[in-house]
Design a protein around this ligand. Structure first.
Ligand code: ADP
Ligand code: MG
Length: 967
């Protein structure tokens, strides 16, 4: 069995191009340690999770003018004085350990002045382990069960790693054990050094979550110190010479194939547990202390670098052994650096040799600063300045972390005491600048391509095999113990004697060796026989196992197909539901749009409604105003005309009385004339006089002027004509001579002279009287419309009555009529279906009995009947008709009504009138009237003074149509 030493051919050392891909800034954290004494002045405060504020101590002048200035610095995170080691570890170091296990490199260093807590943070203090022991603990917690046997991985001297088979590894272990002095501790069952026991007693059991279980792992640690720009291996085992101790040999740096720097010939110890690793560290620490005392050095002046290397390789396809391919091995490393104090030389009070050291230390930190600055500049401004890594060992060692890839983190430790103010400022500035440098993010290593889960399948198989063998009573070779079967097998062989031939005459060594080897050979033969037997048994077991696996697989397949079907069904259902959702969403969208349209409409309609109601209100108020004004005017006019009427009636009465007196006088004179000279025909004149008297009387004034009843609707000119007719008719049976005598006498009478001597003049004089008469009655009628409805009677009607009276015809109907002096009583029949009209002129009958239905009782008491009837006119307006009639008693004892006239009350709107008038046949008179109606005042006055039945009807038209009575 040979170790697979697959060496890759050395490539020409090319300048590595800058790593492409994502970059991360250097993670800078700040840790503020607590003051050692409470009374110390503090000049650093943590003001937020990421910011610290630093202010000069009392009495410190920043500027000459004494200005007091506070400065703030921000970092990825700031740890205050109360933050414990575990929290710092979780935030800063844990991700680095995770990366290490995933095969990526990391660098973590602490920076700060002496006494600021760098060592406390990195290593820890007694009872309070720092980042280093915690990192080790986490690593072993994570890879513990997957660790390779010691010596399976072998680091070569070129920063590479080899893998060898387990047997070779075992032989190597045996060889090492055979050595007189064990050089490395086996670790496991050793007594832990009480000096550091409590520092590694970490109880967190912190672990990486995803560890590749099909890999095997090995941890190697090395510990170096850079002092005075020299590298010393702190784990190197040098024979200790009591008399003249040799100064330690410094090491040199080299670059490996992957451009990583490494310390040549540096001791790298494979460790299998936290304790073992920490013991190695502690050994190096002790050595460092001894060197410091022996060589009179100051520990704070040196940089210590603890390097943890993790080698990992996949298991073979069986999951049993490590894959023997060098290309599959991954070697990652985590460097934990505790830098020297960053303070300036003058602060150390060093002298001579020490001063030189201090200067050098500062020099390496200065170089670090310069490197970071140049890197930052190159990255920020795209320049290509050479970074002076090689100027110091420290920067040279970590060159590839900045140039290549990896995760770099720095903890800046500060002591808030006043004395450290200036140094702390320097530290903060450097730290803040460092944050601006970016480092390429390490890429994930490629997968090996073997089936995952190999390790556990193999383990399960082994367990099963052991069980089966136990059942058959075969050899039980349970690998519960830590040593493997092959190890025990090799140990069972007789040990080899010493093979060294020191003497040519030595005849014992070789025979002994031959003897031992023969024994071994026999044993081997035996074992191989047994092995063949076991193989056979194993094969049968394997076959059984195979068949059971196949049946299980079949079962699983069936289940899987079922599940797949269900999944497909559910997928379809899902698609259907998604479609439904889409359609519903579309519908919702449409509905929303419709709703907005409707809302818009509603708003518009509401606005319209508001404007209309406002208009309506305006119109109503206009109407009210108009009504009030009209009423006022009507009342005023009524009053005026009543007074006028009274005045005129009085005048007329006076005039009539005068006339009557004159006529009486004349008659007296006539009588005297007649009686005195002639007495032949005494009867005739008396008859004539008798007949004339009533006529005279009929025109004589009465308390209620009867003239108003006699006035017809005929114009005044016609009336002038008709008057003589009346006269003539009434005198139809009288002789003309009397009249002529009267006229003669009148002409002679001096009192009548002032009125004119001719008949023409008389008629002229009569005319204005007549017309005044007419006007008076007419106007009175117009006024009466507001109150009493007067029933006009036609003149011819009256004449007929008179004629009948003359002819002595029996006036049947008139006999039943009540006398006028007693006042007419009306039956006002208003059917309940009638609508109230808001007209200014309302029919009102005084002393009327208002009935809703025709009743005989009411009729019996009254002599006039009026029915108020409403109907819809052609123009859509309500037309009120007042149908009037006289009540007569029938011979049978009942009541009869003879309708005499219809009065029509109709309300018209002026605009309606205009619309109605046909343009093809315009009536000029109507048009002229129309234009007048626009003026409200004109309309009112006309309404009041308008003659009944006039063609130029006002807004409230009055049509009195006297019904012709049947002869
Ligand atoms: P440095 O290594 O920077 O010179 P140290 O780590 O040796 O400083 O710290 C000096 C002292 O301060 C030690 O005694 C240490 O215990 C104490 N110390 C430092 N940091 C803390 C801290 N965060 N909490 C408590 N004590 C601390
Ligand atoms: Mg220290």
């Amino acid at each position: 069995m040979k170790a697979a030493r697959a060496k890759t051919p050395r490539r020409p050392a090319l300048k590595k191009p800058p790593a492409p891909g994502p970059k991360d800034p250097v993670g800078v954290y700040c840790r503020v340690r607590p003051l050692s004494r409470q009374d110390q002045e503090c000049c650093i405060e943590v003001i937020s999770e990421t910011t610290v504020q630093i202010h000069p101590p009392d009495g410190y002048r920043v500027f000459r003018n004494g200005e007091y200035r506070e400065t703030q610095y921000s970092f990825k995170e700031v740890f205050g004085t109360l933050v414990v080691q575990k929290d710092v570890f979780d935030v800063v170091a844990k991700p680095l350990v995770e990366d290490l296990i995933r095969g990526k490199n990391g660098l973590l260093f602490t920076y700060g002045v002496t006494g600021s807590g760098k060592t406390h943070t990195m290593t820890g203090s007694p009872g309070d382990g720092g980042l280093l022991p915690r990192c080790l603990d986490m690593i072993f917690n994570s890879i513990g069960p997957f660790q390779a046997k010691r010596f399976v991985f072998k680091l070569d001297d070129k920063n590479g790693v080899d893998v060898q088979c387990e047997v070779d590894a075992l032989l190597e272990r045996q060889k090492r054990d055979a050595m007189p002095v064990p050089k490395t501790p086996s670790g496991n069952r050793r007594q832990i050094d009480p000096e550091f026991a409590d520092m590694i007693n970490v109880q967190d059991h912190c672990k990486v979550d995803e560890v590749d279980e099909d890999n095997v792992y090995s941890v190697f640690v090395s510990y170096i110190e850079i002092y005075n720009n020299y590298i010393y291996d702190l784990l190197e085992e040098a024979p200790f010479e009591q008399i003249k101790p040799k100064p330690p040999q410094s090491k040199i740096l080299r670059e490996d194939q992957n451009h990583n720097m490494y310390v040549t010939g540096c001791t790298e110890v494979e460790v299998k547990s936290t304790e073992e690793a920490f013991e190695v560290f502690w050994r190096g620490q002790k050595k460092r202390r001894i060197a410091n005392t022996q060589l009179n050095r100051e520990s704070s002046r040196s940089h210590s670098v603890f390097i943890i290397k993790l080698a990992q390789a996949p298991l073979d396809a069986d999951g049993d052994n490590v894959l023997q391919e060098k290309e599959q091995i991954t070697l990652s490393q985590l460097s934990l650096v505790d830098l020297a104090g960053s303070e300036r030389t003058n602060r150390t009070k060093a002298e001579g040799n020490r001063l030189r050291e201090a200067g050098n230390i500062n020099q390496s930190l200065m170089t670090l600063r310069t490197c970071i600055e140049v890197l930052r500049e190159n990255q920020m401004y795209g320049t290509n300045k050479m970074v002076p890594y090689r100027d110091s060992k420290l920067t040279h060692l970590f060159k590839n972390y900045f140039d290549g890839e990896g995760k770099v983190r720095m903890i800046v430790c500060v002591n808030p005491k006043a004395e450290d103010y200036e140094e702390s400022l320097q530290v903060m500035r450097f730290a803040e600048m460092t944050q601006e440098v970016e480092v390429a993010r390490p890429v994930d290593r490629p997968l090996c391509g073997l089936t995952p889960g190999r390790r556990f399948r193999n383990q399960a198989f082994k367990e099963e095999l052991a069980r089966k063998l136990e059942m058959r009573g075969g050899p039980i070779n349970g690998e519960t113990e830590e040593q493997s079967a092959s190890e025990i097998f090799l140990q069972s062989f007789p040990p080899l004697p010493s093979c060294e031939l020191l003497d040519p005459n030595d005849d014992q060594t070789l025979p002994k060796l031959i003897e031992v080897l023969e024994k071994r050979h026999k044993l081997r033969q035996m074992l191989s026989d047994e092995f063949a037997k076991n193989v056979l048994a194993f094969k049968t077991t394997l076959q059984e196992f195979d068949s059971s696996v196949i049946s299980k697989e079949n079962y699983i397949q069936g289940k899987l197909s079922e599940k797949e079907k269900t999944i497909a069904g559910q997928k379809m259902e899902l698609e259907r539901l998604e479609k439904k959702i889409k359609t519903l969403e579309y519908k919702i969208e449409i509905l929303e749009k419709t709703a907005t349209i409707y809302e818009e409409d509603k708003r518009n309609l509401q606005q319209e409604l508001e404007s209309k109601s406002q208009k309506l209100q305006r119109q109503a108020s206009d109407k009210r105003r108009l009504e009030a004004r009209l009423q006022g005017m009507v009342a005023e006019t009524t009053m005026k005309w009543e007074k006028e009427c009274e005045r005129r009636v009085a005048a007329k009465q006076l005039e009539m009385q005068n006339k009557l007196w004159v006529k009486d006088e004349k008659l007296k004179q006539l009588k005297a004339i007649v009686t005195e000279p002639k007495n032949e025909k005494p009867e005739r004149p008396s008859r004539e006089r008798d007949r004339e008297k009533p006529i005279q009387r009929s025109v004589s004034p009465s308390p209620v002027p009867p003239s108003s009843n006699l006035i017809t609707q005929v114009p005044s000119s016609q009336r002038l004509v008709s008057n003589p007719q009346v006269h003539r008719r009434s005198n139809s049976c009288s002789s003309i001579s009397v009249a002529s005598c009267v006229m003669e006498w009148e002409q002679k009478t001096p009192s009548h002279k002032h009125t004119g001597g001719t008949s023409n003049a008389r008629s002229r004089q009569q005319e204005p009287e007549q017309s005044r008469d007419y006007n008076t009655s007419d106007r009175r009628r117009g006024m009466c419309w507001t109150g009493v409805i007067e029933v006009p009677r036609r003149r011819d009607e009256l004449e007929i009555e008179e004629d009948q009276c003359c002819r002595n015809a029996p006036p049947v109907r008139l006999r039943h009529r009540r006398s006028r002096s007693a006042g007419e009583r009306w039956v006002d029949h208003k059917p309940p279906s009638n609508l109230p009209t808001d007209t200014v002129m309302q029919p009102h009958v005084p002393h009327a009995i208002t009935v809703a239905a025709a009743s005989e009782k009411a009729l019996a008491k009254c002599d006039k009947y009026m029915l108020t009837h409403q109907e819809l006119a052609s123009d859509g307006e309500i037309e009120t008709k007042l149908i009037k009639g006289d009540v007569f008693k029938t011979r049978g004892g009942g009541q009869a009504v003879q309708f005499t006239e219809i009065e029509t009350l109709k309300q018209e709107s002026p605009t309606g009138r205009k619309r109605r008038s046909s343009p093809s046949n315009p009536d000029p008179a109507e048009d002229a009237a129309d234009s007048e109606w626009t003026d409200v005042e004109t309309r009112c006055s006309v309404a009041v003074e308008m003659r009944a039945g006039s063609a130029l009807g006002p807004g409230y038209q009055h049509h009195a149509q006297p019904k012709r009575r049947k002869p």
